[in-house]
Design a protein around this ligand. Structure first.
Ligand code: ARG
Length: 271
């Protein structure tokens, strides 16, 4: 399996907190250790650098505690960046901050017409765009994604509120394969996934409950929460190299490694 060098955008969790609840993981009464969150995030960043990836950083904004979850800042494919529109007002101001970053970085900009939470719900798998809906990203935005990026969009219906973004229920391992939690999807979406990815890895609820599917693969190395031991073993059996990271503090907001990481895809040659 070949690893491809990737370019990522990340946001340091300087102002991380859990002071509202917009998913079932978030408990504003539970304590959060921001310094530990920063150290865990720095470790994730170092793992990427050690793998040979490039990490760019967007400046965190005070008062936007979820801005660390860069995957929700946009969708960037073939040099085009589609900005986001959050469902919840608490996150609304993240959208222009990320948009400004993409514009300054020279991406061709597209603005969302409907609720769209970026790579949290939009995953490029080979030549298909898998697009989640049910909790955050509006179904109507899937048509716009197809127009903007020119990849066939496959709607994925999410049914379990704990797995509110597509990237909490499914991870792309390489051009051909994904891993996912079947019961996080509607029966019809499960049938589509079986059809598109007959060799997919089926994760267990135990692994998904530690956000094990919120993983980042370069086609060979898979970075995932270290608590997802069963999934890691299965992936190693399949020939992937797994790297466990501990993001326990960020998980209190419902996020893992993939949520903290936005893939910047330059152009066809360097997807
Ligand atoms: N607290 C954030 C929210 O509920 C977590 C976002 C996690 N990001 C992701 N790509 N799944 O919006």
């Amino acid at each position: 399996m070949d690893a491809t060098r990737q370019r990522f955008l990340m946001c340091r969790p300087t102002y991380f907190a859990v002071d509202y609840a917009i998913n079932p993981w978030m408990d504003p009464t539970a304590p959060v250790d921001v310094d530990l969150a920063v150290r865990q995030w720095e470790r994730l960043r170092e793992v990427y650098l050690d793998l040979g990836h490039t990490v760019e950083e967007i400046a965190p904004v005070p008062g936007l505690p979820d801005m660390v979850f860069a995957a929700n800042g946009g969708t960037v494919i073939d040099g085009r960046a589609m900005a986001v529109q959050f469902r919840d007002p608490q996150r609304a101001d993240e959208a222009p901050a990320y948009r400004a970053w993409f514009e300054a970085a020279g991406f061709e900009m597209y603005d969302p017409k409907h609720v769209n939470e970026g790579e949290g719900d939009v995953l490029l798998a080979g030549d298909h765009l898998l697009a989640g809906t049910g909790f955050r990203t509006a179904h109507a935005s899937h048509a716009q994604l197809q127009e903007v990026f020119g990849y066939p969009v496959i709607t994925m219906q999410l049914v379990d509120p704990r797995f509110y973004h597509l990237d909490t229920a499914l991870t792309v391992l390489d051009e051909r394969t994904v891993a996912y939690l079947p019961e996080a999807f509607s029966p019809g979406s499960q049938a589509v996934l079986r059809r598109l990815f007959p060799d997919a890895v089926h994760a267990t609820l135990a692994d998904a409950e530690v956000l094990g599917l919120n993983a980042v693969s370069d086609g060979r190395h898979v970075v995932l929460p270290e608590q997802a031991t069963g999934l890691a073993a299965t992936l190693r059996d399949r020939g992937y190299q797994t790297i466990g990271v501990d993001l326990s503090e960020l998980r209190k907001a419902g996020g893992g490694p993939k949520c903290c990481t936005l893939r910047l895809r330059q152009g066809k040659a360097n997807r």
